[in-house]
Design a protein around this ligand. Structure first.
Ligand code: TRP
Ligand code: ZN
Length: 475
């Protein structure tokens, strides 16, 4: 008996010791060279369930979040990106766990280590006031001005209201259960599955069942009316407008089905279960391609979203992101041209379709002279493939990024060019890509050597000529 016990203890020591040797904490970043703290290593999230009881006037949330993940190494502890909240309960696999909060890094230590390859569930209850995160682009994340709420997080605002692996490399599906008092309405990503009203509060149950990057999560709480329609192949379209702006909203988004037709033809099947727009009742200086439900401010209704860009082109831009940015996501924020260059080029494809060849070429020439202007070049970045971290959303990324695709099209011809776009959208669907992946794929599909073209257009401080259109940079 005694011998047995000693042997058992010895065995435990040896086995436990061996296991412990390979075991370690998950990394506190995902290797993004611009934002090394974004995301975390050692696990792969499959699904988030966000159950939020929201008091809009006081901007407090009572939250219950569960995260289903798979360990990708033996984990002694792991980290999530998360703002500062009052934690009311934390378990991992139903066992109490301890945590350490350091800025936006929230480290969880389970009682039992988590073996590589095994699923685990994190369950967190917390309350507090979500604070927007200050990023170079401005305040991002959960935004509440006391009357309504919207969520716009690119590149890293999701952590303002839930614990998350906050990098596009770790996409996951989502369930939302958002409870608000009447008369608020909630619009989030995916499909509205249920509304449950009890004692004057309504819980909106939304399911997003395609993989989604955290910066594309959106939750909007306001006085909305919904307009429904259909896109290609019966795709459900639902647009949410402030109730006093329903007519203006319908007019501004009337051509979305036609845009969906065009982009489906040019890029391949629309990747998600639904599409639509949400217009929040506020003038915003931007729009965002939140997955399945792009977000706009009221400027989209009267031309004030983005000074010189017509509203219809912004509508097309956010739609095109669903293929490029949302379904196919970047792997490094440095390569943001893969999102913005593509969506900006898609605006011109819409011009080509809706206004004809002449208008299209005039737009290309306009882009070129804008971006080739020496005044412009001396301000900050000029090469779209490698913008400084504080200029991720600079015009060069959008405009010269778009021209890069046009240069490719002029080089390989229309048929091969659209074959490249469709092959790219299909091969990296729901996943991540890189500039190197795109260049390799373009070479594979076209059978041409294209590195000189891409190097010049993406990385040379001086904009290359576009001799086919008689365009060259001023001396
Ligand atoms: N991706 C947006 C676009 O369509 C621009 C953007 C970048 C943005 N960061 C944001 C919008 C943060 C809202 C919030 O071009
Ligand atoms: Zn964009």
């Amino acid at each position: 008996m005694i011998r047995k016990i000693i042997l058992g203890a010895l065995l435990l020591l040896v086995v436990g010791g061996a296991a412990f040797a390979q075991m370690g904490p998950g990394a506190m970043g995902l290797g993004d060279d611009y934002f090394p703290n974004l995301g975390n290593g050692g696990y792969d999230v499959q699904h988030y369930t966000l159950d939020l009881d929201v008091d809009v006037e006081t901007n407090t949330i009572i939250a219950h979040v569960t995260i289903e993940a798979i360990a990708t190494q033996d984990l002694s502890q792991f980290t999530l990106d998360f703002g500062d909240f009052n934690i009311r309960g934390l378990t991992v696999n139903d066992q109490l766990a301890v945590y350490l909060q350091d800025g936006t890094e929230f480290t969880v230590r389970p009682v039992e280590p988590l073996p590589n390859g095994e699923p685990f569930t994190v369950d967190i209850r917390y309350i507090g006031t979500p604070e927007p995160i200050q990023h170079v682009i401005g305040a991002i994340g959960w935004i509440n001005y006391g009357e309504d709420v919207y969520v716009a997080s690119e590149p890293a605002g999701a952590a303002s209201f839930y614990p998350v692996n906050d990098h596009p490399l770790d996409k996951a599906t989502y369930s939302f259960r958002i409870t608000v008092p009447e008369p608020y309405v909630v619009a989030a990503n995916g499909l509205l599955q249920d509304t449950i009203t009890e004692d004057g509060d309504t819980t909106y149950v939304w399911e997003a069942s395609d993989p989604m990057a955290s910066y594309l999560v959106t939750i909007n709480i306001g006085d909305f009316v919904v307009q429904t329609g259909e896109g290609p192949d019966g795709l459900p379209i639902r647009n949410y407008f402030p109730s006093h702006l329903a007519a203006e909203g319908e007019a501004a988004f009337a051509r979305q089905p036609e845009m969906l037709e065009l982009f489906t033809e040019l890029f391949g099947p629309y990747p998600f279960e639904a599409y639509g727009a949400v217009v929040v009742d506020r003038v915003l200086p931007f729009a965002l391609e939140t997955q399945t439900l792009s977000l706009f401010g009221t400027g989209i209704l009267d031309g004030e979203t983005s000074g010189s860009t017509p509203d219809e082109l912004i509508v097309a831009h956010e739609l095109a992101h669903q293929w490029f940015g949302d379904s196919v996501s970047l792997s490094q924020w440095r390569e943001i041209w893969l999102n913005e260059g593509f969506a900006t080029y898609a605006q011109l494809l819409w011009v080509e379709h809706s206004q004809g060849e002449e208008a299209f070429e005039a737009n290309i020439a306009g882009y070129y002279s804008f971006i080739a202007n020496p005044v412009f070049i001396t301000q900050g970045t000029s090469a779209p493939g490698n913008p400084p971290p504080d200029e991720l959303f600079a015009s060069a990324v959008y405009v010269r990024g778009a021209l890069t695709l046009h240069a490719l099209r002029l080089r390989v011809g229309d048929e091969v060019f659209f074959d490249i776009l469709r092959t790219y959208a299909e091969r990296y669907r729901y996943g991540n890509s890189s500039t190197a992946d795109f260049v390799a794929l373009a070479e594979e599909v076209s059978g041409e050597e294209l590195s000189a073209l891409f190097n010049a257009w993406l990385y040379d401080p001086v904009i290359p000529d576009m001799p086919e259109l008689g365009l060259s940079a001023p001396e």
